[in-house]
Design a protein around this ligand. Structure first.
Ligand code: ADP
Length: 520
């Protein structure tokens, strides 16, 4: 039977709008009455379902049933009304959260009737859970990021701080924060003016998006100095009056210190770099001057030696002049190598790009070495068929590489052959020199490209040289955008390959009488 039948439409409206049903149980007659709303809450068909108390347990789970039984006992014995939130499974097998409220009517202390309401609060509970979950997430994020939140009500000069704010400012009691001014007092004196100026601008609605983001130092209640990033949002009413400021504070001391340290380090590194660069430049200038100063008298000495060579001298004198001539040449080579290295060091080595016949360069180098050759060595050149020798490049530097590779190959090979190979396609050129000489141990293959490094400590003693040539060649290859590779077997021989991008020249090639003595 419908409990509400005799009642007004108003009751029905209330029940529908509140998703609520009411019920009554008469202890004397054992009759249970439900309003229409109850049928809706429990998804029961009003025609076919008659509310019988014994059947109700099917809607509740065991846990909730126990809670209801206990609350009912309290009501019956001690006339104590109750309100419970329980979970039900309706006649349509739907899970709902129900607020069950119940009280009773007593005659001579004995319960006569019990009645109450069951309200479907599924949506409200879900919203509550969702917002609690959201709040929890926000709190967690704020806590994890050391963020405090604050809220300032301008008219009443009331400043609300959350717990994290008290931690950030080392403030123990809320009484220590009276209005905005007590907070301003904690801003470091050197940063206070900027902070106040910004707050004033924000209060007048003059900040972009009415938002302030500022980092300032604070002096906490314990005298600790910390960096705080303050983010504030100004609320302005229709008449342009600022009525509220809400914001966050984050302790950025650690990152601020790290950042400052990084800036200091970077500045220091930059200063050192400039100093080093200055030193390198000074060294290069000094070497350029020195080599010029040495070369001039050197040329005079060599000129004098050449004249002496043409005299009809005895064999001893001839060989002494020959020795002096060779030493002078060695000295000139050394000076030029040192100067080249220092230019590379200070990024001053500029490359030319002119029309050159690579084959001519190779052939001339071979001819020159053949003339000087004093060993039973076969010296040859092999040009790959179809190779186009007309290229745009720096002939002085190519000659330098050719001379170094060939001089080394001849120096470190007693018998057998030295072969210069030139090959390439339209974009690249490869110059390799293969010998049948002493070879290089695998462990030294990398270090020989470092300045002053030789494969063997005794190399200078046995073969002369300074260990600068390959370092220069490697730098030239890199400057040209290419590389040098070496393969070698001790006792079998070595192959040095210089490969660089080199485009074909459409210009007329120039004569290739290029020597490497015009460095200054
Ligand atoms: P240098 O020849 O003046 O010593 P390099 O830089 O041209 O200087 O060569 C470095 C070292 O590499 C040489 O001292 C030598 O030990 C090794 N090397 C270079 N070319 C050869 C080669 N063709 N055969 C054997 N060893 C070589």
């Amino acid at each position: 039977m419908d409990l509400m039948q005799p009642h007004s439409k108003l009751n029905k409206f209330i029940e529908d709008s509140q998703r609520l049903g009411s019920f009554e149980f008469n202890y004397v007659s054992g009759e249970m009455l439900w309003s229409q709303g109850m049928y809706q809450v429990f998804d029961c068909d009003i025609e076919n379902y008659s509310p019988v108390i014994e059947q109700h347990s099917i809607f509740f789970n065991a846990n909730d049933m126990e809670k209801i039984t206990t609350a009912l006992q309290q009501l019956e014995r001690f006339q104590k009304p109750f309100e419970l939130i329980i979970t039900i499974r309706t006649a349509k097998n739907k899970q709902k959260k129900i607020k069950l409220s119940m009280t009773g009517e007593f005659v001579d202390g004995k319960i006569h009737r019990r009645f109450g309401t069951a309200q479907d609060v599924t949506l409200e509970i879900k919203e509550q859970e969702d917002s609690a979950f959201f709040r929890e997430q926000v709190n967690l994020a704020l806590y994890a990021s050391n963020t405090g939140t604050w809220d300032y009500h301008v008219a009443s000069d009331r400043l609300y701080w959350d717990e994290s704010m008290f931690v950030l400012f080392d403030v123990v009691s809320a009484n220590d924060i009276r209005g905005f001014s007590s907070w301003v007092d904690m801003i470091h004196p050197e940063d206070r003016k900027e902070f106040i100026d910004n707050i004033n601008l924000g209060s007048k609605g003059m900040l972009e998006k009415n938002t302030l983001l500022i980092t300032c130092r604070i002096m906490t209640a314990l005298g600790r100095i910390a960096f705080i990033k303050i983010n504030a949002r100004f609320y302005i009413d229709e008449v342009g009056q600022n009525f509220r400021i809400v914001g966050t504070c984050v302790d950025t001391t650690e990152s601020e210190i790290i950042q400052r340290e990084i800036v200091n380090q970077a500045t220091l590194a930059q200063e050192n770099m400039i100093k080093a660069q200055d030193a390198t430049n000074a060294r290069t200038r000094f070497l350029a001057n020195m080599s010029h100063e040495i070369r001039t008298p050197m040329n005079t000495i060599m000129g004098a030696l050449q004249i002496l060579q043409s005299y009809d001298l005895d064999t001893d004198s001839q060989s002494l002049i020959e020795m002096a001539m060779q030493s002078s040449k060695d000295l000139l080579t050394l000076i030029n190598d040192i100067l080249d290295l220092s230019k590379i060091d200070s990024h001053e080595m500029a490359l030319e790009s002119i029309a050159v016949d690579i084959n001519d360069l190779g052939k001339k180098a071979i001819e020159k070495f053949k003339l000087q050759l004093q060993k039973p060595l076969k010296l040859d050149i092999e040009i790959s068929p179809g190779f186009n020798p007309k290229r745009s490049t720096d002939p002085v530097r190519i000659n330098q590489v050719l001379n170094n590779f060939l001089a080394n190959a001849i120096k470190f090979t007693q018998t057998g052959a030295v072969l210069l190979r030139i090959s390439g396609d339209t974009e690249n050129v490869s110059i390799s020199v293969k010998d049948t000489g002493i070879g290089i141990p695998a462990s030294k293959l990398k270090t020989i490209f470092e300045p002053f490094k030789q494969a063997d400590e005794s190399t200078t003693r046995h073969f002369g040289g300074t260990g600068l040539g390959l370092a220069i060649c490697k730098s030239i290859a890199e400057l040209m955008g290419g590389e040098i590779k070496v393969s070698s077997l001790v006792g079998v021989g070595s192959t040095f390959i210089f490969s660089v991008p080199m485009s074909i020249s459409t210009l007329q090639n120039i004569p290739t009488n290029i020597e490497h003595f015009d460095n200054t």
